[in-house]
Design a protein around this ligand. Sequence first.
Ligand code: FAD
Length: 422
Amino acid sequence: MALTQFTQTISPQQPATDKRGYDYDLVIVGGGIVGLTLAAALKDSGLNILLIEAKVTSASVAKGQAYAVHLLSALIYQGIGVWDKIVPHIAKYRHVRLSDADYPDVVEFDAADIGRNSPELGYVAEHQALLQPLQEFVQKCPNVNYLCPAEVVNTQHQPDIVAIDIKISEQIYTVRSKLLVAADGSRSPIRQAAGIKTHGWKYWQSCIVAFVKPEKPHNDTAYERFWPSGPFAILPLPGNRCRIVWTAPHEEAKALCALDDEQFLAELSRRYGDHMGKLELLGDRFVFQVQLMQSDRYVLPRLALVGDAAHNCHPVGGQGLNLGIRDAAALAQVIQTAHKKGEDIGKIQVLKRYERWRKLENLTILGFTDLLDRMFSNQILPLVAVRRLGLWLMQRVPVLKVFALKLMIGLKGRSPQLAQRF
Ligand SMILES: Cc1cc2nc3c(=O)[nH]c(=O)nc-3n(C[C@H](O)[C@H](O)[C@H](O)COP(=O)(O)OP(=O)(O)OC[C@H]3O[C@@H](n4cnc5c(N)ncnc54)[C@H](O)[C@@H]3O)c2cc1C
């Protein structure tokens, strides 16, 4: 395991900093899906990388989350070479059905709408189905030192390097790097320590997530149904299971979660509908806070933010992780290209290329998810009329439908080279 390798080269008494004045070209803080994706995307870069994750591997893998994985994310993983290990454990969806509560007009999206050869529109993956193959992949990359569990407790920015203090079993070790990447999640201690401001708000809604097993087949179909209390998504999973992502105002969400299983199932079935027959609840249900957040900056000299450390959005449309995967692919491309040209990868001029690429694209999606949530989570009559007209038009005007679909699955923005190999 990388820890042995790490402690052999660096100890508090004898820092391993070599003649160049740094130990690593790049230190990534956070071995969640986004941090791992960045390390994996840089496997052939020639950069010497340290990836640090605070949680033990078993705890990270056990996170009971599931995600809609967009086609562009799948292409990025194909480009990296890890997709073959992911795809056997995840579900594909071939259809998406979008509707406004019980209003009968339904917008139906199929893979044929985007004119690609793929019979799939996207995928749904449980956390471990993505995390585990990525961890295994990164552990085999000779240029990546994967340090876990270890926690970054302090960083100090100097003109030519960043000094990073890492706590391992109560000992503090210091390493020096040309570039520090924060992939440390929405609270990002690294972002906060760097004094980067954020903008945004907490939603009046929380999100309940649960797994169910329906009586009838889910037919590889994902549903997004907008109720006045908030969006309600059904995502297909392997083994004819489904993931529920149910947004409701805080008090309602709390009350729903406090119900016993039978009452909860009765409430759930009212939103779910009876098209898949009887539902069986699998495991516990959880409530998540929902927020929109955009960092003022994605980069500073010798620092870049990726994934939830840089932005958070409403779960409608399953965007958050997909934006982070695209950040990782974009940053990998920018620094790999700069490194090949002999540029210093920690220089702000280099890092700004990443910020220009990703910040506006992410903001567009953040805005779109916010608009969707606000437009649909209410009963104001003129808005009800506008959104129903919108759905009616979307179903009948192919150009509109294809535009909305491509925007939501990442095919409208600039595509990283990794995704263009396929
Ligand atoms: C209810 C809900 C449903 C969602 N559904 C979807 C969906 O369908 N599709 C989608 O794309 N997105 C979805 N998202 C969003 C998605 O969960 C996040 O965007 C994604 O998990 C962020 O990944 P990340 O790697 O950036 O951060 P994280 O997963 O938070 O990883 C950060 C890592 O950094 C580590 N860390 C933190 N600080 C330190 C430190 N000092 N030292 C070392 N390690 C550290 C942590 O231990 C953690 O492992 C959803 C979110 C919610 C709340």
